[in-house]
Design a protein around this ligand. Structure first.
Ligand code: URA
Ligand code: URA
Length: 297
C-alpha cells in the first residue's frame, strides 16, 4: 500500500525528471535552432495530488556528467549570490522608492512607467534626437523580475519604436522562451533610447544624457535581477573596461540590483559557438531570479 508521502515523492520525482528532460530539450533546441516550439516550459505547474495511481517509479532522466556539473555550479552560484544580495541589502538597505512618478501614481508601476515614457519619447538631450526616427523607450512587464538591457536601438527598432524587434530581437525572444519567459514577462530596454548612426557604439556624452532615463525606469520597475546583453551594455552600465568574459563570471550591482552579463544576441548570430555559454548564463539568471523571488515569498 502506498502512503501519502510516497505519492508525494513519486509526483516530485516525476516532475523533476520531466523538468530535466525539458531543460535538455530546450538546450538542444536552442543551440541547434531546430524547429521545436518557441516556448520550452522550464517550470511546470505542480501536478495536482489526485487519486493515488500505482505507476512504477520513473527512470531518472539520463543526466550527462556535464549536466550534473552545470547544475551543481548553478546551485552554488545561486546560493552564493543570494547570500551576497542579502549582505548588500543588510549593509545598505534600499531606500524607499523616491521616483516622483511612482509617488505621483501611488505606487502604480504601470502608470508611472507610462508617464515616464511620455516624458522620454520627445527627449532632445543629445544629438541622436536629430537622426532618430523613433525613440525606443523599452517594453514589457512593469512588475518584471528581470530587466534585460541592450546597447541601443538598431535600424528595425528605430523604425518601430520597440526594443529588440530585428533579427537579434527574434533570437532574444527564443532565448527567453528557452528559460520559460515570454517577452511580456520581462522588461526589455537599452542603455540608449535612440539609434546611433550606423549602429556605432554609444558615446560617453550620449550615455551621460540617457542614463537618467534608465535609472528612473529601474526605480519604477524595481527588478530582482538585471541582465546586460553584450559587452557594450555591460561595460557602460557597470562603468568598467573588463572584458565580457570576465564580467560574465560574477555578479555585479547597479543601484543595489544584482547584474549579470551575457552575450548579445547579435554576437550569437555571428558566433553560434557562444550559444552554449549563453544558455548556461540564462539558466543561472532564471534560477537566481526564482531564488530571489522565493526569498520574499
Ligand atoms: N540591439 C540592441 O542592443 N538593442 C536593440 O533594441 C536591438 C538590437
Ligand atoms: N563581444 C561583444 O562585443 N559582444 C558580445 O556579446 C560578445 C563578445
Amino acid at each position: 500500500m502506498t502512503n501519502r508521502a510516497d505519492d508525494h515523492q513519486t509526483i516530485i520525482t516525476d516532475l523533476l525528471s520531466w523538468i530535466r528532460q525539458n531543460q535538455t530539450v530546450g538546450a538542444q533546441w536552442y543551440i541547434d535552432e531546430g524547429d521545436r516550439p518557441d516556448v520550452i516550459p522550464v517550470k511546470a505547474a505542480p501536478a495536482k495530488a489526485a487519486a493515488p495511481v500505482s505507476v512504477p517509479a520513473p527512470a531518472p532522466a539520463p543526466a550527462t556528467d556535464k549536466d550534473a556539473a552545470f547544475r551543481a555550479m548553478c546551485d552554488r552560484f545561486v546560493a552564493d549570490t543570494v547570500a551576497l544580495v542579502q549582505r548588500e541589502a543588510a549593509a545598505s538597505p534600499r531606500p524607499a522608492p523616491d521616483e516622483p512618478l511612482l509617488i505621483a501614481h501611488d505606487g502604480d508601476a504601470a502608470a508611472a512607467l507610462a508617464a515616464l515614457r511620455d516624458e522620454v519619447l520627445p527627449c532632445t538631450a543629445c544629438d541622436l534626437s536629430g537622426s532618430r526616427k523613433k525613440t525606443v523607450f523599452g517594453a514589457g512587464n512593469p512588475r518584471a523580475d528581470v530587466v534585460f538591457i541592450g546597447e541601443a536601438p538598431g535600424r528595425d527598432e528605430d523604425l518601430q519604436g520597440e526594443p529588440f524587434v530585428g533579427p537579434s530581437g527574434q533570437l532574444l525572444t527564443r532565448i527567453l522562451g528557452a528559460i520559460g519567459f515570454a517577452r511580456e514577462d520581462v522588461f526589455i530596454c537599452n542603455i540608449l533610447k535612440c539609434r546611433p548612426p550606423n549602429n556605432r557604439d554609444p558615446q560617453p556624452q550620449e550615455v551621460v544624457h540617457c542614463e537618467p532615463h534608465l535609472k528612473r525606469q529601474l526605480a519604477i520597475l524595481q527588478p530582482r535581477v538585471i541582465c546586460c546583453l553584450g559587452r557594450v551594455a555591460a561595460q557602460t552600465l557597470l562603468k568598467t573596461d573588463l572584458s565580457l568574459g570576465k564580467l560574465r563570471r560574477t555578479v555585479h550591482f547597479y543601484e543595489g540590483v544584482p547584474v549579470m552579463a551575457t552575450f548579445h544576441p547579435a554576437a550569437l548570430l555571428r558566433n553560434p559557438g557562444w550559444k552554449r555559454d549563453t544558455w548556461e548564463d540564462v539558466r543561472k539568471l532564471r534560477a537566481l531570479s526564482d531564488a530571489l523571488r522565493e526569498l520574499e515569498a
